[in-house]
Write a protein that binds this ligand. Structure first.
Ligand code: NAP
Length: 291
């Protein structure tokens, strides 16, 4: 437990709801390990209070903060500047101080990429299927662009929103697949990313792709689910049963958090310490599995 002093510096996360957040566990473990007089606190901020809340955080000399649902997009006009990456994604998840005021960036892209970079693939041969077209899907598409992926397919259930999403990347080849057709090109896909909440606790029995769909993927395919509760999701369990490489959302959460901490502190984040704290916090909140 951090001992609060007269010099303790504040970090935090704003969102609504916020009580579920695992970020304080990982950041406070890192701050304690580094021996820094900082504390990371969750702040429940209603959409209607966003502007006054971030002015208040500035007045309190908060060093930086994370941003989660529902503020990732709506915070943009209230910031002094945003990074090119946040501009490209259209969302901010990390805010830090500058002489001009708050600056927003997006570390979800880095968090998503971290476990993929270690695969050392030739990404220019890789076709990717992204399920869902929300905020997280935007970070995934920006990340796949950064990797240089050959082809991107995005699938979602509302045709107009899907078409608008695909059209919002004019310099990329992003093909929209109606939800009913999401399995059409699986034979060519080497990376599948679930950015929908399908399969998230308590709906553990749900999956956006069934075992027979996963059977169509090449044996070298990777299945990446942004969900971390349950861990693994049914989608990842089915992919494991097919002996495919799988990545879960806790890895992304960890690396987006580590990148945010590095922005605030200007020093490397202790990722192993943060991973242990995240796993412990998640285990504490997960209901026991009954046979
Ligand atoms: P979001 O903006 O609400 O987007 C969710 C997307 O899923 C939308 O495209 C939505 O389509 C689609 N969807 C929802 N239910 C569906 C269904 N039954 N069938 C088909 N599509 C469905 O949410 P987000 O911020 O992108 O987050 C998405 C997921 O990623 C969440 O599970 C979140 O926890 C996770 N996430 C994880 C991390 C991490 O660090 N691990 C970071 C960010 C997000 P409609 O508009 O048609 O409903």
């Amino acid at each position: 437990m951090v001992a609060i002093s007269g010099n303790t510096q504040l970090l935090g996360v704003i969102g609504d709801p916020i009580s579920h957040t695992l970020s304080p566990a990982m950041h406070n473990a890192a701050l304690e390990y580094l021996g820094l007089d900082y504390v990371y606190v969750p702040f429940a901020v209603k959409a209607s209070d966003l502007e006054v809340a971030i002015a208040g955080l500035a007045a309190l000399r908060v060093v930086g903060f994370n941003v989660t649902i529902p503020h990732k997009e709506t915070i943009v006009p209230h910031l002094a500047a945003i990074s090119d990456l946040a501009q490209q994604v259209g969302a901010v998840n990390t805010v830090y101080r500058s002489d001009q005021g708050w600056v927003g960036t997006n570390t979800d892209v880095h968090g998503f990429l971290a476990p993929l970079r270690s695969l050392l693939w030739n990404w220019s041969d890789t076709a990717v299927l992204v399920l869902g077209y929300g905020g997280a899907a935007r970070a995934v598409v920006a990340a796949c662009h950064d990797l240089g992926c050959a082809q991107l397919y995005v699938s979602g259930r509302q045709p107009e929103r899907l078409a608008a999403f695909a059209a919002s990347w004019p310099s990329l080849s992003v093909e929209a697949l109606p939800w009913e057709a999401r399995t059409a090109c699986l034979g060519d896909i080497r990376l599948v990313v679930n950015t929908t909440p399908i399969g998230m606790s308590p709906h553990r029995e749900a999956t956006p792709l069934a075992a027979e769909d996963l059977a169509q993927l090449p044996a070298t395919a990777v299945v990446y689910d942004l969900i971390y509760k349950p861990r693994p999701t049914l989608l990842l369990q089915l992919a494991m049963a097919r002996q495919l490489h799988t990545i879960d959302g806790l890895t992304m959460l960890l690396h987006q958090g580590a990148a945010a901490l590095e922005h605030w502190l200007g020093q490397p984040a202790p990722t192993a310490v943060m991973a242990t704290a995240l796993e412990a916090a998640l285990a504490e909140r997960s209901p026991p599995v009954h046979p």
